[in-house]
Design a protein around this ligand. Structure first.
Ligand code: MG
Length: 439
C-alpha cells in the first residue's frame, strides 16, 4: 500500500539495543501508514531516550518533509551521544524518502562523487604490548586488503615503565584503578559503571587538568613504538593515531614533533574539541595533521575548530545531526581546506548512512569501521555488508539500500539491561512542551 505523498504519515518509532558486535548500538525504526519503514540508529553507547523524547512531536507528521521535521527537533540534540537521537531520526527519514520515491539516499544528497568508499579499521591491541605487536596487527589489515590504517597509542603503555610519566602523586594509581576499563577495552562497550561515582570523576578529567606530563624517557618509549610499527608496515600506507590519553597539549605537541618523520596521517582529539585555543596551539607548533569532530553537533559548530587549524574532521553522522548537516559540513570544509574521514562505530545502519554521505561529499578520505573481527556484524542487514579490498560499493537500491534487518541476530545480541527489541514506546506519544525558543 502506497498512499499519495501528501498523505504519508509517521505512526510509530521503536528501538532495539544490541551489544557485543562489539559496541552498544541502538537501532531505530520509523513506521508509517504504508509498508515503508525507515531505518536509523542512535549514536554508539548512547541512549534511546534521546530519540524517544521527540516521538510525540513527530507522530502524524509527513516523513517526506525531512528538513522541516529536523528543524523542529534540532533543539533536542546536543554534542556527542546527545546528538544521537535527532540524528538517527533524520537518517531514518531520508531512508523513507528514498524508499517512497525509489531512489538511493546519495542521490537525495546531490549524487555521487564516488561509487565505492574507502574503509579503515580502527585497530587496537589489548593490554601491554609493543610496537611490533601493533605493527603485526596492522599488517594483517593490509593483508586483508585495507589501504588506510589507524591505531590507538596511549600513555597507559607507560603506566608501569618507571620514569616515563610525571603526574601528581597518586593520580596515576587512580587512573589505573578507575579508568583502566575504558582504556583496556576500547574495542568493546563503555561500561555503565564508568559513568558513576569516582569512576566518573576520573574518567571526565579533561586533558589540560590531569597534570600529567610525558618525560623525555616516555617520549623515547612512544617514539620507539611508532618506529617499530612503521618497521612492520612500511612508510607508504597512511597511519593515523587516536587515544593518546589526557595529557597537556604541550606534551601532545612534544610527541607530535617526534612523530613528524613517521608520516602520521593525523593525530586525533589531542585536546577536548571545545578548547579551540589548545587546538590552535597544536596546529601552529607541529606538522602532524590534527583531527577532531566525532563529538560535534551541527555543522556550524565545526567552524571554530576549522578556524583554529584542524585540517581533518571526523564527524559522526549519528552525532552531527544526520545527513543534511554532513552536507553542510562538506561545504565548510572546502572553505577551510579540511579533509573528511567519517567516524563510524555503529551497526550496518550507521555504516550505510556514512557510506551514502561519503559518496555524496567531495573531499572524503575514508569511513571508519570497528567490527572487522565480528563476522555477525556484516549480517545484521540484508543484503549483508561486503567490504572487498578495503572498499565498500555504494548501493543503488532505494533509501539506505537496506532491505531488512536480521531480527534473529538482533534478538541474539539484545543488550540485557534494555527493553526487548522493538518494544512498545506509546508512553512517549503524549510528550510535549512549549518548544518556541524565544518569547
Ligand atoms: Mg576517536
Amino acid at each position: 500500500m502506497k498512499p499519495a505523498a501528501k498523505d504519508l504519515k509517521i505512526t510509530d518509532i521503536r528501538f532495539a539495543d544490541i551489544d557485543g558486535l562489539p559496541k552498544h548500538m541502538i537501532l531505530l525504526k520509523i513506521y508509517t501508514n504504508s509498508d515503508i519503514v525507515g531505518y536509523g540508529e542512535v549514536r554508539d553507547a548512547s541512549s534511546a531516550t534521546y530519540a524517544m523524547m521527540v516521538k510525540g512531536r513527530l507522530l502524524g507528521e509527513n516523513p517526506l518533509n525531512v528538513e522541516k521535521l529536523f528543524h523542529r527537533i534540532r533543539q533536542f540534540g546536543g554534542h556527542s551521544r546527545q546528538g544521537g537521537g535527532v540524528s538517527g531520526i533524520e537518517i531514518a527519514l531520508w531512508d523513507i524518502v528514498g524508499k517512497y520515491y525509489g531512489i538511493p539516499v546519495y542521490q537525495l544528497l546531490g549524487g555521487q562523487y564516488r561509487d565505492r568508499v574507502r574503509v579503515y579499521c580502527d585497530t587496537d591491541v589489548d593490554g601491554k604490548h609493543t610496537g611490533h605487536d601493533m605493527g603485526r596487527a596492522l599488517k594483517k589489515r593490509m593483508e586483508a586488503g585495507f589501504t588506510y590504517l589507524k591505531m590507538d597509542l596511549g600513555i597507559e603503555l607507560l603506566y608501569d615503565e618507571p620514569g616515563t610519566l610525571n603526574a601528581p602523586a597518586g593520580f596515576l594509581d587512580d587512573l589505573k584503578t578507575y579508568s583502566m576499563k575504558a582504556i583496556s577495552h576500547q574495542s568493546g562497550s563503555i561500561d555503565k559503571s564508568l559513568m558513576f561515582g569516582k569512576n566518573y570523576e576520573i574518567f571526565t578529567v579533561p586533558h589540560y587538568a590531569t597534570g600529567i606530563h610525558i618525560t623525555e624517557k616516555g617520549l623515547d618509549y612512544l617514539e620507539n613504538y611508532v618506529r617499530e610499527v612503521r618497521r612492520e608496515i612500511g612508510y607508504e600506507i597512511p597511519l593515523a593515531i587516536d587515544h593518546l590519553g589526557h595529557v597537556a597539549v604541550e606534551d601532545a605537541i612534544r610527541f607530535a614533533r617526534r612523530l613528524e618523520k613517521y608520516n602520521i596521517a593525523w593525530m586525533e582529539d589531542i585536546a577536548p574539541w571545545t578548547m579551540t585555543e589548545h587546538l590552535r596551539k597544536f596546529a601552529q607548533n607541529s606538522c602532524v595533521p590534527l583531527g577532531t569532530g566525532e563529538d560535534i553537533y551541527l555543522a556550524e559548530n565545526f567552524e571554530p575548530v576549522l578556524g583554529a587549524g584542524v585540517n581533518l574532521v571526523h564527524p559522526d553522522a549519528l552525532t552531527i545531526g544526520g545527513l543534511g548537516e554532513i552536507k553542510k559540513l562538506g561545504i565548510l570544509c572546502e572553505k577551510y581546506g579540511a579533509a573528511i574521514a567519517l567516524h563510524m562505530a555503529e551497526s550496518p545502519i550507521g555504516f550505510m548512512a556514512a557510506v551514502h554521505a561519503a559518496a555524496a561529499l567531495k573531499n572524503v578520505l575514508c569511513v571508519e569501521f570497528h567490527s572487522v573481527d565480528h563476522p555477525e556484524w556484516y549480517d545484521l542487514i540484508t543484503p549483508s555488508v561486503k567490504i572487498e579490498n578495503g572498499f565498500v560499493s555504494v548501493p543503488d537500491a532505494p533509501g539506505l539500500g537496506i532491505e531488512s534487518l536480521n531480527e534473529d541476530l538482533i534478538r541474539k545480541f539484545h543488550k540485557k539491561d534494555c527493553p526487548a527489541p522493538w518494544s512498545d514506546t506509546s508512553h512517549w506519544d503524549g510528550e510535549w512542551a512549549n518548544d518556541r525558543i524565544w518569547s
